[in-house]
Ligand binder design. Structure first.
Ligand SMILES: *Cc1c(COP(=O)(O)O)cnc(C)c1O
Length: 331
């Protein structure tokens, strides 16, 4: 907490303190002007005709402000993975993702920051010159990309496959897709401790977008109730995945999983969704994106409009970041 630094990060929400970087580097960042994470992230109350109509007290946990490149839940999920990697003396991180993966993006940035080599196993063929801006960024941060077929990518959680990759690629520290591992849950739980202090009580629910379900699992394992909104089509599998992640043996919160707000599928969107994101930004001055947080808040607003919640309910919607993936036409 000594050596407090203010980055070039500009936000006006109250209650912000700047802490020293939690995963501390012995070297300065390779790129200039990278602010340290700001923790705790603000808890911002918002109110509009929908929240008022529903009698809901709604807060947005501004994890989008945690860090400009290692943002949102990716920072939370990477923290203990990377600390563990450092502790084990690892010099290389290997992880998995698609061409638009916020997790690859965050891992590449964190790796550069921490002076760890990073390897990304990317789903699908090498697009050559037509790489997504996400993958271009990853390469700029020094990440080595290995493109594998969709078939091979399906093996990403198989131990045999991981062992094979490890032998081939110099025994790196392996972080699963999305950063979602036991270490991820610990980092996400910390977000809820921040909220406990900011709210002085547990909210009735957290609302969160779900891709792998790691973030939802971390919140549940802190004992809080979760409304999870699947960002992908056919998200019913998430319930079991989330339960598997939490494991048994301690009391968890209650999970409500919503699978109908996927807007045609993962990374797809409709005009209605984009209109909602525009409205939300205009009304609340909070930018959402169309892959995760836009879908989650659209779903939550739909539930509020339809009388899903008792009056007096308190909800913390987690802004999990991901704004690097915002459509150009929405900027
Ligand atoms: C990755 C991501 C999610 C999904 O998190 P999971 O823990 O995989 O469910 C949600 N929101 C944003 C912005 C993300 O980048």
């Amino acid at each position: 907490m000594a050596d407090v630094r203010h980055g070039s990060f500009d936000f006006s929400a109250p209650g912000i303190t700047y802490f020293e970087l939690n995963f501390k580097s012995t070297k300065l960042p390779k790129f200039v002007d990278l602010p340290v994470p700001s923790l705790p992230t603000p808890l911002q109350e918002i109110s509009d005709p929908v929240t008022m109509g529903a009698g809901v007290t709604l807060f947005i946990k501004r994890d989008d402000l945690i860090h400009p490149t290692v943002s949102g839940n990716k920072w939370r999920k990477l923290k203990y993975n990377l600390l563990e990697a450092k502790q084990q003396g690892a010099t290389t991180i290997l992880t998995f993702g698609g061409a638009f993966s916020n997790h690859l993006y965050a891992t590449a940035a964190a790796g550069a920051y921490l002076n760890l080599k990073t390897i990304g196993i990317v789903r699908g063929e090498d697009p050559g010159e037509l790489k997504s801006s996400t993958l271009k960024f990853c390469e700029q941060q020094g990440m080595t990309l290995h493109f594998v077929s969709r078939e091979e990518y399906k093996l990403r959680n198989s131990q045999d496959y991981i062992d094979e990759l490890s032998v081939k690629l110099g025994n790196p520290f392996v972080i699963p897709e999305g950063g979602t591992s036991e270490w991820a849950l610990k980092g996400v739980e910390e977000m809820t401790y921040e909220v406990d202090q900011q709210l002085t009580q547990k909210p009735d629910y957290y609302a969160v977008a779900a891709g792998t379900g790691g973030t939802a699992a971390g919140i549940l394992s802190s004992g809080a109730n979760v409304l999870a909104f699947s960002a992908l089509k056919g998200g019913e599998f998430l319930r079991q995945d989330i339960l598997n992640l939490i494991g048994t043996g301690h009391s968890n919160g209650k999970l409500d999983l919503f699978t109908n707000y996927h807007f045609k599928g993962y990374a797809k969107h409709t005009q209605e969704l984009l209109d909602f994101i525009r409205w939300f930004k205009e009304y609340h001055e909070i930018q959402l994106e169309q892959v995760y947080t836009g879908k989650m808040l659209f779903g939550l607003y739909d539930l509020m409009k339809n009388g899903y919640f008792q009056k007096g309910t308190t909800i913390v919607a987690v802004h999990t970041g991901g704004l690097q993936g915002l459509l150009d036409e929405m900027k």
